[in-house]
Design a protein around this ligand. Structure first.
Ligand code: TYD
Ligand code: MG
Length: 458
């Protein structure tokens, strides 16, 4: 028997190497090479698992202007958040990858969506759960559409047979890491399997114009498990994220060939499935914090949506020699930078203090405009003096203590106004060219952190 040919594949980017190497020459990741068995088919007979009936048909190059560019109607997913993240609905023939950590709610999101679409023939392929488990979940979500077809299958060849018999209008594959094809000998979930299966599914989607949603797991580094090539071949990558201990989940679009990647959907995990949150601010500003120090309301924009978010800080005298610094939902290095600014530019002595920062609701905010909220909360806790409850703020803090302008200020102002805030602190620079005639909320332009503190704490 011929010795099995093996090759080493980078589990991060898919780079191949005949021997093991510690550092991937392509993506630079360390210790990502894994051994895989290959069974290379001769090039001429190479066929993917999906052998379309239209084989032999060749595409001819055509002039771009001759292509009829009629916008295809998008498939309505009956879920405003999902529709928006997809860029206005699912595009027929597109391959969408939904990634997320285990247990975050990917299967729940997809199942509740397909149960809301009884008018379409949908095939839900589950490689992870039994039909009974899916039924239990469907009962929990309480959408009793019986039309969705469920099949528990992990062989790609069998899946294509089912597809041929059923002729579905939408296919769900939960998850790509459990599916395997006979063409590749390595185990399910390996780089070669994931790549080969995804390529066959892509071919199927494009040739039959059937949309396919793939569910994918995220590895411990936070990227979608399997090679990066998976992200390259699909049309859209959606990431479902959130803290398992909180009920909020964010659906982000990382890549979208048919829409913007700035879109974001927010859900709340309930006993009976995921509920879209159309107004995130109202949820995030739940607690009544009047008279409490260490709380500041910041107006952030994630994706394209503005929302107000509570930043909470606790500053206390360090019990041990080295003060502790911890931040949840905010970059710790950025917090250290802000503390240094407070120390150096404003003269507050925080070197011997423990500082804990928390963004309420378990969300992770990357918008630098919440800087002003963060330092105000820290200072409020340090001085044990509360900030007026109907005041919110937006502004990036620079290294010399200046408040730098932020983008989309009009949206932030109108969100604060909509939620009944009395005043909003904004960078003075943003006041220039701002049409203030219709603004009812008090706008306080600030140039430096000291000015902001004078306004907040008198
Ligand atoms: P699941 O969709 O199985 O996650 P994934 O497919 O991403 O691994 O979600 C599992 C979690 O969601 C589980 O911890 C229970 C919780 N859950 C609810 O809170 N409410 C519900 O209605 C359902 C169906 C699940
Ligand atoms: Mg699942």
């Amino acid at each position: 028997m011929a010795k099995e040919k093996t090759v080493y594949v980078c589990s991060n980017c898919g780079q191949e190497s005949p021997k093991w190497v510690g550092k991937c020459p392509s993506c630079g990741a360390w210790n990502t090479f894994v051994e895989e068995v290959v069974r290379k088919e001769p090039a001429a007979s190479h066929r993917t698992a999906f052998t379309a009936s239209a084989e032999g048909k060749r595409n001819k190059p055509v002039v771009l202007s001759d292509i009829v560019g009629s916008e295809e109607p998008r498939i309505d997913m009956h879920d405003d958040e999902l529709n928006r993240v997809l860029g206005g609905g699912l595009v027929p023939g597109s391959l969408v990858l939904l990634g997320g950590e285990p247990g975050i709610g990917k299967s729940t999101l997809v199942l509740q969506t397909v149960l809301r679409m009884p008018e379409r023939r949908i095939l839900y392929v589950s490689g992870e759960e039994s039909a009974r488990q899916l039924k239990l979940r469907a009962d929990r979500i309480r959408h009793n559409s019986s039309d969705c077809l469920i099949v528990c299958e992990t062989s790609l060849e069998h899946i294509f047979t089912h597809i041929k018999n059923v002729q579905p209008e939408l296919v769900i594959i939960d998850s790509i890491q459990t599916i395997s094809t006979e063409l590749v000998e390595s185990s399910p979930g390996s780089v070669a399997q994931v790549r080969e299966c995804a390529a066959s599914i892509l071919k199927f989607a494009k040739e039959t114009n059937t949309p396919v949603i793939l569910i994918g797991h995220i590895n411990k580094e936070g990227s979608i498990a399997g090679p990066k090539v998976l992200e390259h071949i699909v049309d859209a990558v959606l990431q479902f994220e959130g803290d398992q201990h909180y009920m909020y989940r964010i659906l982000r679009s990382i890549k979208n060939r048919f829409g913007s990647t700035a879109e974001l959907g927010i859900y709340e995990m309930r006993q009976d499935g995921l509920r879209p949150v159309s107004n995130p601010s109202e949820l995030l500003l739940s607690a009544d914090h009047e008279g409490m120090s260490g709380v500041a309301i910041a107006c952030a924009i994630e994706g394209v949506r503005p929302f107000l978010i509570e930043t909470q800080a606790l500053v206390s005298t360090a019990a041990y020699g080295t003060p502790q610094r911890s931040a949840t939902g905010f970059d710790i290095r950025r917090m250290n930078m802000l503390l240094a600014v407070l120390e150096k530019r404003v003269g507050f002595k925080l070197a011997q203090k423990d500082v804990f920062l928390n963004i309420a609701g378990g969300l992770r905010v990357n918008d630098p405009a919440i800087d002003l909220g963060v330092i105000s909360a820290i200072l409020s806790s340090n001085m044990d003096s509360d900030i007026e409850p109907l005041v919110c703020m937006a502004g990036e803090v620079g290294l010399s203590g200046e408040i730098r302008p932020v983008n989309r200020i009009e949206q932030r102002i109108s969100e604060a106004e909509k939620l009944g805030f009395k005043s909003i602190l904004i960078p003075r620079h943003n006041l220039q060219g701002l049409d203030t005639s219709k603004v009812k909320i008090e706008l306080v332009g600030v140039r430096k952190v000291e000015e902001a503190f004078r306004f907040l704490f008198g």
